[in-house]
Design a protein around this ligand. Sequence first.
Ligand code: HEM
Length: 149
Amino acid sequence: MTEQSIQQIETSFNLLAPRGEELVQRFYGLLFARNPQVRGMFPEDLTHQKKKLLASIVLVVQNIRTPEKLMQPLREMGARHAGYGVQNAHYAIVRDTLLEVMGEMAGPAWNTNLAHTWTEALNTVATIMQEGAAAATKRGPVSTAAGSR
Ligand code: HEM
């Protein structure tokens, strides 16, 4: 990612972060309105879910200058998502919903260039998560036992 792209992500997210709760609220509202088929994957009560989603976006933005720190957590998160029943095709739905909500909330501060940069960033996150999911699927479900010998 270029320095310009990094700054675009940081600046735009700093604008939205104080309204983080509204962001995730609107995100799930729009996600389920447009894609009712994914509602069943999520718990009924989304309170914790909303906080975790926001925290994960904050983590990505905060570490955007040291992306190597994000690899392991994102791969692990992707592996957990495979366990929730998430498939690769779902990532575009989540990405586009997030972009739409950010665009609505940022108002005049949003533009096609910013949308493009965020698309690139979210695609990168999705690819790493999908790699983690694929590796976990090959290995089999993560065992909680220390090793059964
Ligand atoms: C940018 C990509 C995504 C990010 C950053 C993200 C973030 C998160 C986080 C932080 C959690 C909390 C649990 C955990 O860490 O494992 C979570 C849970 C979950 N996510 Fe995602 N997610 C993404 C993509 C998706 C996609 C594409 C779907 C499919 C529609 C999805 C569905 C779910 C479900 C079903 C749960 C678990 C609910 C539960 O049983 O508690 N996520 N997500």
